[in-house]
Design a protein around this ligand. Structure first.
Ligand code: CA
Ligand code: CA
Ligand code: CA
Length: 450
């Protein structure tokens, strides 16, 4: 417990600005303390440190896209994104709900990929814009919810006061080929923005906001929910909301958490609810080692994806690196969006089994994950055509595809209700507490093995 407290206390955020006089590093300690969070119930987003931030990205040519920073994203290379993009760029038909800290709706690399609620777009009978007429045109209980909803302030203002949500959104669906920034894993997608956490609004009930956001996503047609937060407290209400998503065929991709603990022993929710539509994701570094700070578990954590020094969008048309299972989770949501765009008949459970069974087996992941696999975007898109069924059973490529062990999430749901945890709500905090002042485009320490 001491080490966890230390980690939280040491949380810092570093910003790097390039100005006329050169680079300046600005650091500030923004991490909420554990005591602040554990004293009240709620879901806290899995806070990742912004390790550096810049308003410029170094231009590096890409064979596929003209986005200047795409080649600096090691995680995309490691998960075979370029080959995946030769198969699919995704589809605007696939709605991914990002339940997080909001988003910079005007970000140059995100604004064209925001979900648009069809019931709140166009003109009303008086010729006014439905998105801003102050009327709940589609009668869903939310006024002018054109891109999503802010459950903290109960309005349609989605501003991201932290940066986390914008970063997650960029990993999933930053625009490709616009000559700006990066490329998301699913460059064509509709991002539904659901804000459940705001560092500027104290005493919010994050668990309540989370549940409301999940219900909204399901009601409004999201196919995938990305949730990069959680806590050790079991919530029947939250469980039931995710179960409702399961019934509607909605995939729920959840961060395993950054508590450096074994989730088989210390459950972390919502990742560990025993529901068939949940994928629990842990994070690995450029050498495909699970981060020391990431939760793990051979029964509870499904798969590993890139999560260290991940380059993505930040508010204000800037970009930066963040670290954590949050980032890894966004990789898997992006992968699911690509698969769903290609295989629109797949249900959530099919997509889950399929992504898990097509990852690359890695011995070093065997003690950390149920599948021993790292995400492979290209295989997730192509192996089905080579004879792997949606059930994850290979009729070809059997040598390279280890059959999965039983999925504990498929246990009867009733079991989950008995697992009332004795652990309080905990803040899962930044992993990489040291700022990373290196200029974008240079090789980062620890990232040598691309
Ligand atoms: Ca509405
Ligand atoms: Ca309206
Ligand atoms: Ca771009």
């Amino acid at each position: 417990m001491f080490s966890r407290k230390w980690l939280i206390a040491s949380g810092t955020v570093g910003f790097l600005f390039f100005g006329g006089l050169g680079a300046y590093l600005y650091m500030t300690d923004t991490a909420p303390s554990r005591s602040q969070s554990s004293s009240k119930k709620g879901r806290l987003f899995e806070q990742s440190a912004i390790s550096s931030q810049t308003d410029k990205v170094v231009d590096e040519p890409s064979a596929l896209f003209n986005d200047p920073a795409v080649n600096q994203a090691w995680g995309l290379k490691k998960s075979d994104a370029a080959r995946a993009w030769s198969v699919s760029h995704g589809s605007k038909d696939i709605i991914v709900a990002v339940i997080d800290t909001g988003i910079d709706e005007h970000h140059e690399d995100l604004s064209d990929n925001l979900w648009e609620n069809p019931g709140e777009t166009g003109k009303d009978a008086q010729g006014r814009n439905k998105a801003s007429n102050g009327i709940d045109d589609d009668g869903n209980g939310f006024i002018d919810d054109v891109h999503g909803w802010n459950f903290v302030s109960n309005n349609n203002k989605l501003d991201d006061n932290h940066g986390h949500g914008t970063h997650i959104a960029g990993i999933i669906g930053a625009e490709a080929g616009n000559g700006k920034g990066i490329v998301g894993i699913s460059p064509l997608v509709s991002l539904m923005v659901l804000k459940y956490y705001d560092p500027k609004v104290p005493n919010t009930d994050n668990l309540k906001n989370t549940v409301a956001a999940i219900r909204y996503a399901v009601k409004m047609g999201a196919k995938i929910i990305n949730y990069s937060g959680g806590g050790t407290e079991f919530s029947q209400e939250e469980h039931d909301a995710v179960q409702e998503a399961e019934k509607k065929g909605v995939l729920f991709v959840a961060a395993a958490g950054n508590e450096r603990s074994n989730s088989d022993q210390h459950h972390y929710y919502p990742a560990d609810y025993k529901l068939k539509n949940i994928i629990s994701v842990t994070a690995y570094d450029p050498t495909v080692q699970v981060l020391a700070s990431s939760n793990y578990g051979i029964e509870t954590v499904d798969i590993a994806a890139p999560g260290q020094n991940i380059l993505s969008c930040l508010p204000g048309n800037s970009y930066g690196f963040m670290t954590g299972t949050s980032q890894a989770t966004a990789f898997v949501s992006g992968a699911a969006a690509l698969v769903m765009a290609s295989k629109q008949t797949f249900a959530a459970e099919d997509v889950k089994k399929y992504i898990l069974s097509t990852g690359d087996a890695q011995t070093q992941l065997a003690a950390k994950t149920r599948t021993s696999r790292q995400l492979n975007l290209y295989k997730a898109l192509t192996i089905l055509d080579q004879g792997v069924s949606a059930a994850g059973v290979a009729t070809a490529n059997v040598d390279s595809m280890k059959k999965l062990g039983p999925d504990p999430n498929e246990a009867p749901a009733g079991r989950a209700a008995n697992e009332v945890t004795v652990f309080g709500r905990s803040l899962i905090n930044a992993i990489n507490s040291k700022p990373r002042p290196e200029r974008l485009g240079t090789k980062a320490t620890g990232n040598e093995e691309y």
